[in-house]
Write a protein that binds this ligand. Structure first.
Ligand code: URA
Length: 432
């Protein structure tokens, strides 16, 4: 078999066999297939897609490219949640401790930022001392003791995805349905969870821009999860607006703490409660109504906040920062972006907001870039709000006093009109 022929076949829009897909993933993982051939195949997949048999074969090949986790020492059902990626999406920081505080184990592997989207591991590392690489023994012990631990993906788990993820990030091949589905589900199937709730984002800030595409992606991932014996469901949630008001690592941790204190933004709180409810439901904690009540109680009683504090302590982080978020280091420089005209914020290009945050230092342009944890954006006005000319619509934070490109991107990404936009639901569909 030759990689050249596999690329040519997909370029000519013909379906690949399971053997060809396995040949590609094995060769790419062990280094015998170079990046340039893998990139060419990803681009051919981007343009010509894959049918469900090919997508399933690619998912299983990614799953089998490395170790499979077996947390034999963790007692009780384990539930995971995975987002397809968004801007200001700090839901894992909230729902994971929330669900754990209700007695369901969370043994979570999360990712770093990808493209214009943020990643949970980068956010957690904004908490001084927080360790995101633990040995399996430490990880299992912490999950058993506190109900939750969150770590980065180990090099041994789905290594094919680790390499492909990095390659796709720099070759404009992230937003492909079969590549996203196999990336997420390959990792999820290699991890030892019983239930998976998928948060499939839709809209201008997500990799799937339309609700139809998002539903199709959700359907594919749910079917793959179920056929592998995992209880799986997906929620389609809105990413036409950044979630909450904060974009950027430490700023998002602070906002997550506000939600756990019952004082967070309404949109973020609503999406988190819905995700947590569905995670508790899959873990058989009761009916949807009972699980929703349980999730709300966990916030009101501060049980969820306390679990977050315990997790931070157990993973070496300074938990004083969670109790007193004002301890987080402020950015050295601040800049206010003002509305250039009067009217309603009619729509925003959320991807543009993600890029504006990246330009401030909150994300990476190349793999090796160091993140400025204090960098990011606080939105002062969001879609549907009325603004006067000169009103502050966003505050930018950064270690570098160079705001021009970021402010320009943010303004370009904000459409102001004389009429208000139609209201859109935050949770748009549920795929079971
Ligand atoms: N999240 C992933 O884990 N993989 C993707 O391809 C996109 C989002």
């Amino acid at each position: 078999m030759r990689m050249y022929d596999i690329i040519k076949k997909k370029r000519d829009n013909q379906p690949l066999t399971k053997e060809e897909i396995n040949f590609f993933i094995t060769g790419f993982t062990n280094g015998s297939i170079p990046d340039y051939q893998a990139a060419a195949l990803c681009m051919a997949i981007y343009f010509n897609g894959m049918n469900i048999e090919e997508t399933t074969a690619l998912t299983l090949a990614v799953r089998d490219s490395g170790d499979k986790l077996h947390f034999s020492n963790i007692n009780g059902l384990r539930v995971d949640k995975h987002s397809t990626g968004g801007v200001g999406d700090k839901t894992s920081l909230i729902v994971a401790p929330l669900v754990a505080s209700c007695g369901v184990k969370i043994a979570k592997m999360s990712g770093r930022g990808l493209g214009h989207t943020g990643g949970t591991i980068d956010k957690l590392e904004a908490i001084p001392g927080f360790k995101t690489d633990l040995s399996t023994e430490e990880f299992e012990r912490i999950v058993n003791e506190t109900g939750i631990a969150i770590v980065g993906q180990s090099a041994e788990l789905a290594p094919a995805d680790k390499k492909l993820y990095a390659l796709r990030d720099v070759t404009a091949t992230v937003d492909s349905m079969p590549l996203i589905a196999s990336s997420i589900m390959g990792k999820k199937l290699a991890a030892d969870d019983d239930c998976i709730v998928l948060d499939v984002k839709t809209g201008s800030g997500s990799f799937m821009k339309t609700i139809e595409q998002s539903k199709e992606l959700a359907r594919i991932m749910v079917d793959i999860g179920k056929s592998a014996g995992k209880r799986t469901l997906a929620l389609i949630t809105d990413m036409d607006i950044p979630l909450g008001n904060a974009i950027g690592n430490a700023l998002e941790v602070k906002e997550a703490i506000e939600v756990l204190n019952g004082k967070g933004p309404k949109d973020l709180t609503e999406v988190c409660l819905c995700l947590a409810t569905n995670m508790l439901y899959l873990a058989e904690k009761g009916s949807i109504e009972e699980c929703e009540r349980m999730a709300k109680d966990a916030i009101a009683s501060k049980k969820a906040l306390n679990t977050f504090v315990q997790m931070v302590k157990a993973q070496g982080g300074n938990s004083e920062y969670i109790l007193r978020p004002e301890l987080f280091k402020n950015a050295d420089y601040i800049y206010e972006v003002k509305a250039t005209e009067e009217g309603y914020i009619y729509s925003v290009n959320t991807e543009g907001y993600g890029i504006a945050s990246l330009l401030l230092g909150a994300g990476r342009n190349v793999k090796e870039d160091k993140i400025d944890f204090s960098a990011g954006i606080i939105l002062r006005a969001k879609t549907g709000d009325f603004v006067n000319k000169g009103d502050v619509i966003a505050t930018l934070y950064s270690e570098k006093n160079a705001f021009e490109a970021s402010a320009k991107k943010l303004l370009e990404s904000t459409k102001i009109c004389a009429t208000p936009p139609e209201k859109r639901d935050l949770v748009l569909a549920r795929v079971e």
